[in-house]
Design a protein around this ligand. Structure first.
Ligand SMILES: *Cc1c(COP(=O)(O)O)cnc(C)c1O
Length: 383
């Protein structure tokens, strides 16, 4: 299906696998002796799960993490044999395929524990990490259920059908005191588990934010998601300041350039009319490709060495850039984002390209959403 030998892709996400490896190494050196789990759910946050997984393992990641079992099985189908944990399951889960493929399961309920026990055998036990809710109010076993669930797990472990390798939870990343209260609750859960006869070797609660800023949360392993991709989980720190390298640069080319008179209406609803005669460039990405419609008249892109505003409404497949007096040609390179500084005018900061953070601010969202929503039509290119 690829025609890139003849036709350059309209939309390209260029993914720097070296940056992914370097991000793992950087975080690993910070958190050691804790292990690093590279979180590659949701298609590796839009970067491509298998490719990111390989780059992360090359960089020293010990584990891979995904949301659901299908994502884990896709990694296995791609030939990846590293330890992988899947923690989000449907209402009526079956775990036979996961157990047969050596996928570890995050367990958040009695039903999930029973299904995992059904799937395990003495020869091939189901490998489990029990997940406790310590205050996020999302997935995980509720406090009232800790003791009975742990007792049931210990009984199942005695039959040899399951092995409880880990105990984990997830932080709200609210205020530091809130996170510390969750850590205390996690210690209580650990004590309850040990009293029930379990001996989980891997205790983990930190994702990127806590891995970087809450050393006491690092425990035996940290789950590195957004930081793996070189993006900051914080409002008050850039990738660069955290020693991370953004791995994805979103590029295209102008597919049309025209000169229009001052006052000409641009795109649906004429929400923009240039003040002066202007050059307009057309970029072939739209909301079908994950470009938020909210960046209409708010975001900007790099063209020929300058940052220019996105004007008029972003459409399904395309948007318009006002180049002002700077004439450009069809085929000129456009970089939507991929810069590293973020926070503030990208051009002023001496950074050539807008960052995913700049885009997140323009769209009133977070950098996670900017990269993860990139659509299927965007060709991923690895380098
Ligand atoms: C997505 C996810 C992570 C990764 O979080 P980041 O903030 O991207 O580092 C870690 N743990 C769980 C349970 C997750 O769902």
């Amino acid at each position: 299906m690829t025609t890139d030998a003849e036709t350059p892709a309209l939309r390209r996400a260029i993914i720097d696998t070296g940056a992914i490896g370097a991000n793992v190494e950087h975080v690993r050196s910070l958190v050691a002796p804790a292990q690093v789990m590279a979180v590659v759910k949701a298609g590796g946050y839009g970067h491509g799960a298998a490719e990111v997984a390989r780059a992360a393992l090359d960089g020293g990641a010990d584990w891979l993490g995904v949301a659901d079992v299908d994502e884990a099985l896709a990694l296995r189908a791609a030939g990846i044999t590293a330890p992988v944990l899947a923690w989000l399951h449907g209402h009526d889960p079956r775990f036979e395929a996961a157990v047969a493929s050596g996928v570890s399961l995050g367990i958040s309920s009695r039903r999930q524990l029973e299904r995992a026990t059904d799937a395990g055998t003495a020869q091939h036990p189901a490998h489990l990490h029990l997940k406790v809710d310590t205050g996020l109010g999302r997935n995980g076993v509720e406090r009232d259920e800790w003791q009975p669930l742990f007792a049931a797990a210990a009984a199942a472990e005695a039959t040899g059908r399951i092995r409880v390798d880990g105990l984990f939870s997830h932080l709200a990343n609210a205020l530091p005191d809130d996170d510390r209260a969750q850590l205390e609750a996690f210690d209580e859960a650990t004590a309850v588990a040990r009293d029930a006869g379990l001996d989980p070797q891997l205790r983990h609660i930190a994702s990127t934010a806590a891995a970087l800023r809450l050393p006491e949360a690092r425990l035996d392993l940290v789950r590195l998601g957004i930081g793996l991709y070189g993006l900051s989980p914080f409002d008050d720190a850039t990738s660069h300041e955290l020693g991370l390298r953004p791995a994805l640069r979103l590029e295209s080319r102008l597919i049309s350039v025209k000169h229009v008179a001052a006052g000409t209406g641009v795109s649906y609803g004429y929400t923009y009319r240039p003040d002066a005669d202007s050059w307009l460039g057309l970029v072939p990405l739209g909301y079908a490709d994950g470009i938020p419609r909210h960046v209409s008249n708010r975001g900007s892109v790099w063209v020929n060495g300058r940052v220019h505003p996105i004007v008029g409404r972003v459409a399904m497949d395309q948007f318009v850039v006002d180049l002002g007096e700077h004439r450009a040609a069809v085929g000129d390179r456009v970089v939507l984002f991929g810069g590293t500084t973020g926070h503030g005018d990208a051009a002023e900061a001496g950074e050539p390209f807008p960052s995913a953070d700049d885009w997140a601010r323009a769209a009133h969202t977070i950098n996670y959403e900017i990269v993860t929503r990139l659509g299927r039509r965007v060709k991923r290119v690895y380098g």
